[in-house]
Design a protein around this ligand. Structure first.
Ligand SMILES: Cc1cc2nc3c(=O)[nH]c(=O)nc-3n(C[C@H](O)[C@H](O)[C@H](O)COP(=O)(O)OP(=O)(O)OC[C@H]3O[C@@H](n4cnc5c(N)ncnc54)[C@H](O)[C@@H]3O)c2cc1C
Ligand code: SF4
Length: 561
């Protein structure tokens, strides 16, 4: 029992688990981090330095991969260069009552290794909307309360960006921004002149300059190799394995165990506290209990919901902390029903120099200020302009000298962009556990049922029409707006299963991410989000995790936990 006891347990080692581990260990807590997937240490990225010709099948996946990674495959993400970060869906089944693109990475670092690093703050517009509109529950935290924690997360992670002075997208503490290229710069000007809409360079977690601190000295600046999803040996982008976990390790206070599936919280009814977690070893099937004063659930929005729903007791017959009946409900993601592109004439004297692991961002402008639509909330676009690559020769009729000559020039410019919109928190969008269906470990399966509804469909009209309007107004040609078939989960921003709120009757967590009904359990992944904004959410998980850890340690010191 002695060796199984710690001050804190963190479940999951991805984006939020890494932050919890760093903050808790730096504050002196002996912390056990439990990760259900395999061990990965910074630098252990098997394909990171492989050349295109070193990758099998021209870097295209096989039918076998398609079969095993069927959820991932329907989104087009896996390639031989990155598929080792994507779980085998056959081995990790769940029940899709409605199709749900649940894209999981089970390994140390979680999806922080694979993310596209876009990092935007939620602002007052996002955090006040639920309260003003009577949707879901109001955020119990104001923007001013979380702003200093955003500062902390941005400085440590190393987010690059520009200060743009937009109310709907507050500025942060940034490393120098990447540059917009010539086409994007002209697009920006024309959008502003003709439609009064702003275009900015993406804010992203790639180091455009050395960090301003030495808390994670193993990181070098980004070399713009654009191979980030494979893992970056330079530590050029923020991930748990390049930044937070090494910082936690340096304290000497972290024990990190891989291949450990947490399936239940242990609850002491007499003390009204969680005393630890119950774990299955993924390799041996052995069961172990680990004990701690506080538990941080950071297993991702559906992963943490699963553990809580599976933790039933006399006190919590419907799932851990589920007095409100909201646990597992209000699943959100981002509305992403298509993309648009156009060809760009001219600019052929400008070579497309270098690569840039970033693109442009058009921040939300709908339902901002005087703009009022027939739906709630809004959307932003992420995109880039680039010169066509050599794939264009697939269709070329040229041979011999002509082909060689054509090869010497990059192709014409084109521009593409995708809208990400807010999805409202609907109680009916939910997950639950089916105890009659089991996985290979004998654990019951998660059932997921989430769809887009009227508000998102109305928004979709604007997303498409506005894209066409903007690309046309900029003078681009062959404007195409594509409607993609799309399932919730496809934006990989799942949120909301254990929302925070001031009223315990309507929410699962309080304003410090503590379970209302059991204060020594904190949930700091996307589960806590009361609304989804339209910004990529991971930076918000980092900020709230750091704040929750600070609160946890101070409450622990006061003897309140
Ligand atoms: C291709 C891609 C692009 C993305 N781009 C962006 C972007 O540009 N910006 C952005 O903000 N976000 C982006 N995201 C989303 C981002 O990766 C997630 O929001 C973020 O990683 C979620 O953090 P998390 O800690 O909740 O979960 P994760 O990072 O997924 O970590 C959860 C960890 O918990 C472990 N775990 C789960 N269940 C258990 C259990 N029962 N026991 C023990 N361990 C468990 C998992 O194995 C995993 O390691 C992207 C994701 C992908 C895949
Ligand atoms: S673009 Fe930068 S962060 Fe990405 S893999 Fe290359 S060097 Fe690393």
């Amino acid at each position: 029992m002695e060796t199984n006891s710690f001050d804190a347990i963190v479940v999951g080692s991805g984006m939020s688990g890494g932050w919890a581990a760093k903050e808790l260990t730096e504050k002196g807590l002996k912390t056990l981090v439990l990760e259900r997937g395999r061990m990965v240490k910074h630098g252990e990225y098997p394909t990171a330095t492989k050349n295109p010709w070193d990758l099998p099948y021209g870097n295209r996946i096989t039918q076998e991969t398609r079969k095993h990674k069927y959820v991932w495959s329907r989104t087009g993400y896996p390639t031989p260069a990155n598929e080792h970060w994507m779980i085998d869906d056959l081995e990790n089944p769940f029940v899709e009552e409605a199709p749900f693109d649940w894209m999981r990475g089970h390994h140390v670092g979680g999806r922080s290794i694979m993310w596209a690093r876009q990092s935007y703050r939620f602002g007052p517009l996002d955090m006040e909307a639920n309260g003003k509109e009577g949707v879901g529950v109001p955020w119990p935290v104001t923007y001013d309360e979380i702003a200093p924690w955003y500062d902390k997360a941005e400085i440590f992670a190393g987010i690059s960006g520009s200060a743009d002075g937009l109310y709907q997208l507050p500025d942060g503490k940034y490393l120098p921004p990447h540059d917009l290229n010539c086409v994007e710069t002209d697009f920006k000007r024309r959008l502003d002149d003709k439609l009064g809409r702003k275009l900015i360079i993406g804010r992203c977690a790639n180091l455009t300059a050395p960090l301003t601190h030495n808390e994670s000295p193993q990181r070098g600046t980004c070399q713009a190799r654009n191979l980030c999803i494979r893992g970056c040996p330079y530590g050029g982008y923020f991930s748990s394995v390049s930044a937070t976990l090494p910082s936690a390790e340096r304290t000497g206070n972290m024990t990190l165990l891989a291949d450990q599936i947490v399936y239940e919280l242990i609850y002491d009814n007499d003390r009204g506290k969680a005393t630890g977690v119950r774990v299955l070893d993924a390799k041996t099937g052995n069961q172990t209990d680990y004990f701690a004063k506080i538990v941080f659930l950071c297993a991702s929005a559906l992963g943490s919901a699963y553990i809580m729903l599976n933790s039933t007791s006399a006190r919590f017959p419907n799932g851990f902390g589920n007095d409100s009946g909201e646990l597992g409900h209000n699943i959100m993601d981002h509305n992403k029903p298509g993309s648009s592109n156009a060809s760009v004439e001219g600019y052929l004297d400008v070579a497309y120099t270098g690569r840039r692991p970033n693109g442009f961002y058009i921040p939300r402008y709908r339902n901002v200020g005087k703009d009022k639509r027939n739906y709630l909330r809004g959307f932003g676009y992420q995109g880039r302009a680039a010169r066509a690559g050599y794939a264009r020769f697939n269709d070329s009729a040229a041979i011999g000298e002509d082909l060689k000559k054509e090869f010497q020039e990059p192709g014409p410019w084109n521009i593409s962009m995708t809208a990400f919109g807010e999805i409202l928190p609907y109680h009916d969008n939910h997950c639950r556990i089916d105890r009659d269906k089991k996985d290979k470990y004998g654990l019951p399966l998660l059932v997921v049922n989430a769809i887009v509804r009227d508000n998102e469909r109305k928004m979709e009209e604007d997303m498409k029409n506005d894209a066409a309007e903007m690309l046309t107004a900029a003078g681009f040609k062959d404007v195409k707006v594509r409607s993609d078939s799309y399932n919730v989960g496809n934006s990989i921003h799942e949120m909301g299963t254990a929302r925070m709120g001031a009223d315990p009757k309507k929410s699962v967590l309080n304003k410090f991410n503590q379970v209302h009904a059991c204060k020594n359990v904190f949930v700091t992944d996307g589960s806590f989000m009361p609304s989804s904004g339209c910004q990529n959410p991971s930076l918000t998980y980092m900020a709230f995790t750091a704040r929750a850890a600070d609160h946890a340690v101070s409450e622990l010191k006061k003897g309140n936990l």
